[in-house]
Design a protein around this ligand. Structure first.
Ligand SMILES: C[S@@+](CC[C@H](N)C(=O)[O-])C[C@H]1O[C@@H](n2cnc3c(N)ncnc32)[C@H](O)[C@@H]1O
Length: 378
């Protein structure tokens, strides 16, 4: 079981909050697609003989590519990797790229999971985020996706946008759940350094919502999604039973994956690689046989930190058997002792051999995770 991630760093417009590597698309994607097809061959041994059970096109905006371009990429993947027959094949779509002909094309290419970047149903929020679409386009897109016969549909929402009240956030969730979506990714807005919002924050032109408000919004999210039949399986992810994102769940379960495209990350249990975060540099390096990625071997401490960081964010939590088998008695004792303190405060609970965050714990998950981290020099 392994995954393939394809990073399509092309966008028609820049979202003010986004820190994922992206450039404004010129419309001519030939050089990029050529390099991506070459990379798929160059990296084909990275997963060994493992069968590929998930393929994920993320961005950026994968929906700026044509059906022909997406088809060429998928054909190259299917030629060079052992792709399972019912492989979860996902693509992120921007609402204004959606139309019946495009969706029909995606069906023919065997895409079976759609992730629609709605972000908010309020036009004031969408304008503020500098999105290309408005709420009417998002609603139309979502309806067209269902009409085209897609069943495994996820949407992305952002909360904690300045000016969005708790009542408005509740209505956004209610409206979202009035559609037959199977999955929701809901992220608290973060102000990343270097983004337009990051710069506005530095200049005092925009403010973050305060902590109390963030907690209230998060609690609304948990209550409403659970009442609508969703399982909160990762801090920012909610799925109907049987509809968790297999691709993302595999990241959190330490399954191997290869990432193709500028800035894409790869992981095979013992090492991490990350591709150049620069379109021109990436294309040049792939074409000239020069290294187009950096590589880091993960020592035992790095693997421990990696495991805690990913597992504790999920409903499966830290598996104490895995800890004992991989990090031996020393690792096991360290985790159990530290977890004891959080259990006393009601932030972590134990389910048989697993340590999971309580709802209280989820609110301060980043702090709890950082307490578990072992510094490299120790
Ligand atoms: C890889 S991005 C998806 C890109 C997709 N093409 C789109 O924008 O619709 C995944 C999601 O992360 C969320 N996201 C990205 N940057 C964020 C930020 N700074 N704060 C909160 N959520 C963010 C957005 O909901 C976005 O849809």
């Amino acid at each position: 079981m392994a995954g393939i991630y394809l990073h399509i760093p092309l966008c028609k417009k820049l979202c003010f909050y986004c820190d994922f590597y992206h450039i404004i698309s010129t419309g001519d994607n030939t050089a990029f697609i050529d390099a991506l097809l070459k990379e798929a061959v160059l990296r084909k041994d990275y997963l060994g003989q493992e069968a590929v059970s998930t393929i994920y096109f993320g961005g950026g905006t994968p929906s700026v590519l044509s059906i022909k371009e997406l088809g060429d990429i998928l054909a190259q993947i299917r030629r060079n990797y052992l792709v399972e027959e019912n492989c979860e094949t996902s693509i992120e779509l921007n609402p204004d790229d959606v139309n019946p002909a495009f969706l029909e094309g995606l069906k023919e290419l065997n895409f079976n999971r759609i992730s629609l970047g709605i972000q908010s149903w309020r036009d004031t929020d969408l304008k503020m985020l500098n999105r290309r679409h408005d709420s009417a386009q998002a609603e139309k897109a979502l309806k067209e996706i269902f009409s085209a016969g897609f069943e495994n549909v996820s949407i992305d929402l952002i909360y904690g946008i300045p000016g969005m009240s708790q009542t408005e956030w509740s209505s956004i969730l209610d409206f979202s759940f009035s559609f037959d979506i199977k999955h929701l990714s809901a992220y608290h807005l973060t102000f990343e350094t270097g983004t337009v919002f990051g710069k506005m924050l530095e200049k005092g032109l925009i403010g973050e919502v305060d902590e109390e408000e963030s907690i209230a919004l998060f609690n609304i999210l948990i209550e409403k999604s659970e009442a609508a039949g969703f399982i909160h399986y990762e801090i920012s992810n909610f799925g109907k039973p049987g509809h968790f994102s297999l691709h993302n769940s595999n990241y959190w379960k330490q399954v191997n994956y290869v990432g193709l495209g500028p800035s894409a990350h790869s992981f095979n249990g013992y090492s991490r690689q990350w591709n150049l975060r620069d379109m021109k540099g990436y294309i040049k390096a792939v074409n000239s046989g020069k290294p187009f990625y950096e590589h880091e071997n993960l020592d035992l401490k790095a693997r421990f930190n990696e495991y805690i960081m990913t597992s504790l964010r999920t409903m499966w939590g830290i598996d104490l058997d895995y800890i004992e088998n991989t990090f031996e008695k020393e690792g096991y004792d360290y985790v159990v002792n530290l977890a004891g303190k959080f259990k006393d405060y009601g932030l972590i609970r134990q389910n048989e051999k697993n340590l999971v965050l309580t709802n209280q714990g989820k609110i301060i998950s980043d702090n709890i995770i950082s307490e578990f981290m072992i510094p490299a020099e120790d």
